[in-house]
Design a protein around this ligand. Structure first.
Ligand code: C2E
Ligand code: MG
Ligand code: MG
Length: 436
C-alpha cells in the first residue's frame, strides 16, 4: 500500500526543483552565517572602490575585489567557502562577465550572483536566462551605477546555502536508486485540473509523477526524470504512469465523477523512440475500454528539438489512433515553430514564463497573444500553464485562450481529492466567469 500525500506546497528556494543546495557551501567559518562573503568583479578600479564603500556602508565587511575574470576564478577555486555572493560586471576586456559566470556555473561552486552592468535591462534579462538552471542562484540584475537601496534589496534575497540546523542537505540520486524505485513502485501520481476559460468546466487533468521516497518523502520530477532518462529507466517509469493513470480514469468513472475526465500524461522523447510505443499504448486503452481521444500525450519541447524519424513515427501513429498530442512548455525551446510545422500536435501549452504577469509586461504579453493566435489559426486547443493570479486568468479570457491550468485553479492533488475540489470550484468559479 502506498503512503498517500495529499497536498502540495509551493516550492521554496532549496527545495526540489531548484538548482542549489546539494553541497553545503557558503558560510565561511570566519564570519557569522548572516554576513555573506562578497566577491566584487569589475575592470574599473573606481567602480570597485565605490561599490566596496557602498557595501561597507551596509555593514558588510567580508569583501574581496578583482579586476579580471581569470583572477576571480582562481580565487574562487582556491577558497570557494570565502565567497557567497559574486557581484559581477558584464562588460570587461579579456574574459567578459558572461564567460566568467559560465565558467563558474560549470564548476562545483554554488553561490549567488548579482549582475551589474551599464548594458541595459534587455541584455541583463538575457544573461539571467542564460545562467538560469545552472548551479548559481541569480539574485538579480542592477544597472550601473547601482543605488544602495536597490543593492540592499537584492542582497536581502540571499540565503546561506547551508541546511538549517538538524536538516540534512538535499540528496542526489544515482541510477541504482531509480532502479530500486521502479522495482518497488515507489511512485505516486498527482493530478492537476485544466479548466475551460469560457465555461469554467473541468476539461481534464494532467498526471504528474512524484517519487514517494521511503526516507526523503515526496520527491518532485525535476529531481529524477532527467536521471531516469540517463539511466535507461524512463520507459519503465512511463509504463507505470500510463497504467496507473488509465486505471485512475476507470476508477473515477466508477465513482461517478462527471465523465469523461480527459487525462494528459508527460512523455519523454526516449519513450517515443521505443519501437511499438504507440501500439502498446493503443492496446492499453482498449484493455481499459477507454477511447484514445480521452488521453493526451504532452511532449516537452526542448526534448523535441531535432525530431528524428523514430519519435516522429510514434507521434504520427499515436495521432492516427486519435490520441491527443500536446506541445508542452511552448516557447521555451529553440525551434517551436519548426516543431509545430512538423508534428501533428492538437494542443499548444504555453509555458508559464509567458503567462505569469503578462498583462503589464510589454515583452511577454505580445508573445502570449501570438502563441494563442497561432494555436487558433492552426486549429489547435490552447492551454495556459502556471496561471497563478486572477489577473492572469482574466487576461487569458480576454485574449481567447481555451484552457487554463495553474495554482490559481488548483495545485496538483491526490486522486481522491478531485471530487471535493470540483465541488468547491463549481461554487466559486461563477464569479470568475463574469464578462470582464
Ligand atoms: P510540466 O509538464 O510542464 O508540468 C507542469 C509543472 O508546473 C508541474 O510541476 C506543476 O506542478 C507545475 N505547476 C502547475 N501549476 C503551476 C503554477 O501555477 N505555478 C508554478 N510555479 N508551477 C505550476 P512538476 O509536477 O514538478 O513537474 C515538473 C515537470 O516534470 C513537468 O512539467 C514535466 O515536464 C515533468 N514530469 C512530470 N511528470 C512526468 C512524467 O510522468 N513523465 C515525464 N517524462 N515527465 C514528467
Ligand atoms: Mg506537462
Ligand atoms: Mg509545461
Amino acid at each position: 500500500m502506498q503512503p498517500r500525500i495529499d497536498t502540495e506546497t509551493p516550492a521554496a528556494p532549496g527545495t526540489p526543483g531548484t538548482p542549489a543546495a546539494v553541497t553545503v557551501a557558503g558560510t565561511a567559518a570566519a564570519g557569522p552565517a548572516t554576513q555573506p562573503g562578497i566577491l566584487l568583479l569589475d575592470d574599473d578600479p573606481f567602480m570597485l572602490s565605490v561599490q566596496s564603500l557602498m557595501l561597507r556602508g551596509m555593514g558588510l565587511h567580508r569583501i574581496v575585489t578583482s579586476r579580471r575574470g581569470e583572477d576571480a576564478l582562481q580565487s574562487l577555486q582556491s577558497d570557494p567557502q570565502a565567497v557567497d555572493i559574486i557581484i559581477c560586471d558584464l562588460n570587461m576586456p579579456g574574459m567578459d562577465g558572461i564567460e566568467f559566470l559560465q565558467a563558474v556555473n560549470a564548476s562545483p561552486y554554488r553561490g549567488s550572483v548579482i549582475l551589474l552592468s551599464g548594458e541595459g535591462t534587455r541584455i541583463m534579462h538575457t544573461v539571467q536566462k542564460l545562467l538560469g538552471g545552472g548551479r548559481l542562484q541569480i539574485l538579480g540584475a542592477l544597472e550601473k551605477p547601482a543605488r544602495p537601496a536597490a543593492m540592499q534589496a537584492l542582497l536581502e534575497r540571499w540565503k546561506p546555502l547551508v541546511a538549517p540546523r538538524g536538516q540534512t542537505p538535499v540528496p542526489v540520486y544515482a541510477c541504482e536508486d531509480i532502479h530500486a524505485a521502479i522495482r518497488e513502485q515507489q511512485w505516486v501520481l498527482h493530478y492537476q485540473p485544466k479548466v475551460n476559460l469560457r465555461s469554467g468546466a473541468l476539461a481534464g487533468v494532467e498526471a504528474l509523477v512524484r517519487w514517494q521516497h521511503p526516507l526523503h518523502g515526496l520527491v518532485y520530477p525535476d529531481r529524477f526524470i532527467g536521471l531516469a532518462e540517463d539511466c535507461g529507466a524512463i520507459d519503465a517509469l512511463t509504463d507505470w504512469v500510463l497504467r496507473e493513470s488509465t486505471r485512475q480514469m476507470t476508477q473515477w468513472q466508477h465513482e461517478g465523477l462527471p465523465m469523461p475526465i480527459a487525462m494528459a500524461v508527460n512523455v519523454s522523447m526516449d519513450n517515443l523512440r521505443q519501437p511499438g510505443f504507440s501500439s502498446r499504448l493503443g492496446a492499453l486503452m482498449r484493455e481499459a475500454r477507454l477511447p484514445p481521444q480521452d488521453m493526451t500525450l504532452e511532449i516537452t519541447e526542448s526534448r523535441l528539438m531535432a525530431p528524428s524519424p523514430a519519435p516522429l513515427e510514434s507521434l504520427v501513429r499515436l495521432r492516427l489512433q486519435r490520441f491527443g498530442l500536446s506541445i508542452d512548455d511552448f516557447g521555451t525551446g529553440h525551434s517551436s515553430l519548426a516543431q509545430l510545422r512538423d508534428v501533428p500536435f492538437t494542443e499548444l501549452k504555453v509555458d508559464r514564463g509567458f503567462v505569469q504577469g503578462a498583462r503589464g509586461n510589454p515583452i511577454i504579453r505580445p508573445m502570449l497573444e501570438a502563441s494563442i493566435g497561432i494555436a487558433k489559426r492552426l486549429g489547435m486547443q490552447s492551454v495556459a500553464e502556471g496561471v497563478e493570479t486572477a489577473d492572469d486568468w482574466q487576461l487569458l479570457r480576454e485574449i481567447g485562450c481555451d484552457l487554463a491550468q495553474g495554482y490559481f485553479i488548483a495545485r496538483p492533488m491526490a486522486s481522491d481529492r478531485l471530487a471535493a475540489w470540483l465541488d468547491d470550484w463549481k461554487g466559486q468559479s461563477g464569479r470568475l466567469l463574469a464578462p470582464s
